[in-house]
Design a binder for this molecule. Structure first.
Ligand code: GAL
Length: 401
């Protein structure tokens, strides 16, 4: 098609770009992989390409993992015009983004509002629009924006705590606006992930400034205690999550450290119940089959990605057993029963109380880790190994009268 004047062509290009930007992002919790939890500062261009290859080869892409996210340590110095460069580990970011896109995946990057990232690399203070434009030009789809040195560089210079918090919120707002303006130009939306460890009840203000997800806690570690502590902090945050804006209890440690299979299952089940972003953080080229089976369990992912977008909650606990539930579309319900204690629950078996879940009678459902049909009966004893989980989807719950 030929346009009579370049002006009309320009106007149409702008309209298409704006329309494309208006495409909603993160309508379900973002899924993908991030380099930090396993590779930390060792991430590089070949490692990102290998991760993208593996996401396709292992079936993770088909299971919904789409974002391949580069975390900290990609950054080089700014050039004479203040434009951010990449360091020698990432020779050509645009070529890398093209490669990831060629696999049908999306690519994420990392920066922060301070002078420096947490690992001491250049961050975006004073260069927000310039950086957002660079990301857009490279074809970036996702930005994790980590507070890091903004605390010392900017906030600490202000004695008043409330004023410090306003500075922080303004900094996130500034990058959000910069990304929107860059995206409007290219037509490629960029997911904004806030990382400031849950300060100042971030869940109350992040959605309004365009945050698609926000970390609710400090860094996760591949240890049961870390996972359990983080999960315990999520209770009460459920009303803040919904399509387009999610609580982020941090990236997955499934397959990392010395987590047992039971612990990996519980971790993944909780992230499903919590409608948490599913960003795997393991060594994909060396992933064991049993870890792949956890990360690609389609039934569990379906709980996480449920279109209703309602975050689940801890319904009740009894001794060292916790019962979590999540309401799903069509009236279905997910129930996760987790033995958070360090012993097998055998001498004092846990008895399920369906009344506390608003349920009556016997419920039929599917055990999502064995794939078998099961029934849950009121007061039935349930024995779980230490740190293991029973995750059941009940499509037609029989509610208490
Ligand atoms: C931390 C952040 C981690 C990782 C790290 C990189 O602040 O919580 O997820 O991004 O910085 O330096």
């Amino acid at each position: 098609m030929r346009f009579r004047t370049p002006l009309i062509a320009l106007a149409l290009a702008f309209t298409f770009a704006t329309a494309a930007y208006a495409q909603p992002v993160a309508q379900t919790p973002p899924m993908g992989w991030n380099s930090w939890n396993y590779f930390a500062g060792k991430v590089d261009d070949p490692g990102i390409r290998a991760a993208a290859d593996q996401i396709v080869a292992t079936g993770m892409k088909d299971a919904g993992y789409i974002y391949v996210n580069i975390d900290d340590t990609w950054e080089g110095p700014r050039d004479a015009n203040g434009k951010i460069t990449t360091n020698s580990k990432f020779p050509d970011m645009k070529a890398l983004a093209d490669y990831v896109h060629s696999k049908g995946l999306k690519i994420g990057i990392y920066s922060g509002p301070g002078n420096k990232t947490c690992a001491g690399f250049p961050a975006s203070l004073g260069h927000e629009q310039q950086d957002a434009d660079s990301y857009a030009d490279w074809g970036i789809d996702y930005l994790k924006y980590d507070l890091c040195s903004f605390r010392e560089d900017v906030m600490a210079k202000e004695p008043d705590h409330a004023a410090q918090m306003r500075l922080m919120i303004d900094a996130y707002d500034k990058m959000s606006k910069a990304l929107k303006s860059a995206s409007a130009r290219t037509g490629r939306p960029i997911v904004l992930s806030l990382c400031q460890y849950g300060w100042d009840a971030v869940w109350e203000w992040a959605p309004a400034l365009g945050g698609n997800l926000w970390r609710t806690t400090g860094d996760i570690q591949p240890r049961w205690q870390s996972i359990y502590d983080i999960v315990s902090e999520q209770s009460g945050l459920e009303s803040y999550a919904g399509p387009g804006h999610w609580n982020d209890p941090d990236m997955l440690e499934v397959g990392n450290g010395k987590l047992t299979l039971a612990e990996n299952r519980s971790h993944f089940s909780w992230w499903a119940i919590l409608a948490a972003p599913l960003l795997a953080g393991n060594d994909l080229p060396n992933m064991k089959p049993e870890i792949k089976a956890i990360l690609t369990n389609k039934d569990v992912i379906a709980i996480n990605q449920d279109a209703l977008g309602k975050q689940g909650k801890r319904a009740y606990s009894d001794g060292e057993v916790e019962v979590w539930t999540r309401e799903l579309q069509g009236g279905a319900l997910a129930v996760a029963i987790v033995n958070v204690g360090s012993d097998r629950n055998s001498t004092h078996p846990f008895h399920l109380n369906l009344g506390k879940l608003g349920l009556g009678a016997t419920q039929s459902g599917k055990d999502l880790w064995t794939g078998k049909q099961v029934s849950l009966t009121d007061n039935e004893p349930i024995e779980l190994a230490s740190h293991d989980v029973l995750l059941v989807r009940i499509d037609h719950p029989a509610h208490a009268k």
